[in-house]
Design a binder for this molecule. Structure first.
Ligand SMILES: [Zn+2]
Length: 278
């Protein structure tokens, strides 16, 4: 039974959590105007855009910290004699932190895609701008647009080195990652949700059933599949911006999967046994 005073502490805590999570909505709403202004500016600066995003990211992390600190320095201590209420308060904290993470990641990736789209519309003028041969002045037939290339003039055979317009560099500096990150976002959430689920289930096993079994093979395989789905979606999306063969995409996926094996799976007995590792 939750005592009256525990209930009061919980009510206060819930009110505080609501206030802090709403603050994140206020911060992003305020930032909207600033981003709209930057995107409308013909001299749009992708570095300044990135810096503004980093500053917001810091503010979001401050809110995380505020919640975590208030829980551990006040709420957990006040509820130390009431385990059930403390667990309830902790569940509220975990839920709030995850809500803020999802809300912020959705906002961040959406704004970054708006940046990519804006840069893209400005490229249209650059694409259609003909490049003339330095020797004879006839129009060169370019084959790639996102990198410097040597183009041999079809009329006079002069070799021209053609460098992309800065707008092209700007676009390709940010577009592949920002676009891919946004396209694969729900897969990232799926991985994180699954990891949280594993963690929560283990907590229940240990604390309620005194069962110290670690994550089993079936769970690791599910986790691996989710992680792979994320990177596969991510690089397939990148390939829509920069040319990348299926094999190149697979190589990238394998590269990005490797840390999960090196720093986690390969440390686990059940995985090493499955893979026949020593
Ligand atoms: Zn020529």
């Amino acid at each position: 039974m939750t005592s009256q005073s525990s209930q009061q502490i919980l009510d206060r805590w819930n009110g505080f959590v609501t206030k802090v999570t709403q603050r994140l909505n206020e911060i992003t709403a305020e930032a909207d105007a600033g981003f709209a202004g930057m995107l409308a500016d013909p001299a749009l600066d992708t570095i300044a855009f990135g810096n503004a995003m980093t500053a917001l990211d810091v503010r979001k992390k401050d809110l995380d910290q505020k919640l975590s600190n208030t829980f551990s320095e006040q709420v957990a201590i006040q509820l130390a004699m009431d385990t059930k209420a403390e667990q309830q308060a902790q569940a509220t904290l975990a839920k709030a932190l995850w809500w803020m993470e999802e809300t912020w990641e959705r906002y961040r990736t959406k704004k970054n895609v708006e940046l990519v789209q804006t840069l893209w519309t400005r490229l249209e003028k650059v694409w259609s701008k003909p490049v003339a041969c330095v020797r004879c002045g006839s129009e060169l037939q370019r084959t790639i647009f996102h990198k410097a290339e040597s183009v041999t003039c079809r009329h006079c055979s002069a070799v021209n080195s053609v460098t992309p317009d800065p707008a092209v560099y700007n676009y390709f500096a940010v577009a592949p990652h920002y676009y891919a990150e946004a396209m694969a976002l729900e897969h990232r959430f799926a991985v994180e949700n699954f990891k949280r689920k594993l963690h929560d289930e283990r907590e229940v096993r240990v604390h309620v059933h005194d069962d110290w079994r670690d994550t089993n093979l079936e769970e690791l395989l599910q986790w691996e599949a989710l992680e792979k789905a994320y990177w596969t979606t991510y690089f397939a999306a990148q390939a829509r911006i920069v040319p990348m063969s299926e094999d190149e995409q697979k190589t990238w996926v394998a590269t990005r999967m490797q840390p999960l094996y090196d720093y986690d799976f390969n440390q686990r007995n059940v995985w090493r046994k499955y893979k026949g590792l020593p």
